[in-house]
Design a protein around this ligand. Structure first.
Ligand code: IMP
Length: 206
């Protein structure tokens, strides 16, 4: 049995491998599993998009006669002052290929003059599992923060340099990978998924 994770993002794969390492199961990215199919992420919620991705990969694996647990995540940044934008469009915000330095500067600009208490934001992560027996399961987690006034830190990716965590006194991009995995939306959603998998008969019967 193996896990195929429906992402092409190497930053995410690194986080996922670290968190899932104690499951002692091979974890492949889509690319490593040799899957390169277009997936239309046209859902309006994180839950819908995670499910769309997991089902598309599970269908492709079934077509090939391969058995795997398929996991897919959908995540993004919700900025309250911007009506929860960019939300499910976080990767596509201002165009998929636009550098994050530009996207981040744009968000800071749109919040010019907005006081701390109205700069609240959160990262959301939903993980969907498509199990080999046809069942499915989802976990969701968030991390709350505020949008900073400048970019800080060089770790992480995406919107990490503008996401300030008042509880930790640091920007997300200033956290070490270990620290981030312990507290992040993805880390917490993956931990919940790991607990589910550990108790699932695909593992317990192994
Ligand atoms: P997805 O790959 O469709 O889930 O899109 C997620 C997008 O949300 C990423 O491309 C980033 O823009 C943003 N995002 C999600 N998680 C994080 C994070 O941990 N740090 C920074 N940005 C994130």
């Amino acid at each position: 049995m193996k896990i195929v994770f429906a992402t092409g993002n190497e930053g995410k794969m690194k986080e996922i491998r670290m968190i899932m390492s104690d499951l002692n199961i091979e974890i492949k990215s889509m690319k490593e599993a040799g899957i390169d199919i277009p997936i239309n992420e046209d859902g309006l919620t994180f839950e819908e998009n995670a499910k769309i991705k997991a089902s598309a990969i599970a269908d492709e694996l079934a077509r090939r006669g391969e058995e795997a647990i398929v996991l897919a995540d959908d995540s993004g940044l919700e900025v309250d002052y911007l009506g929860k934008e960019p939300g499910v469009y976080s990767a596509r915000y201002m165009g998929e290929d636009t550098p994050y330095s530009i996207k981040n500067a744009n968000i800071i600009k749109r919040l010019e003059g907005v006081p701390d208490k109205e700069r609240t934001a959160r990262f959301v992560c939903v993980i969907a599992a498509a199990m080999p027996d046809g069942t499915s399961y989802q976990t969701r987690a968030t991390i709350e923060g505020i949008i900073g006034y400048e970019e800080r830190g060089t770790n992480g990716f995406g919107y990490d340099p503008i996401f300030y965590l008042p509880e930790y006194g640091k920007y997300s991009a200033e956290l070490s990978p270990d620290e981030k995995n312990r507290i992040s939306h993805r880390g917490k959603a993956l931990e919940k998924m790991k607990e589910y998998l550990k108790n699932n008969k695909t593992f317990t019967d192994k």
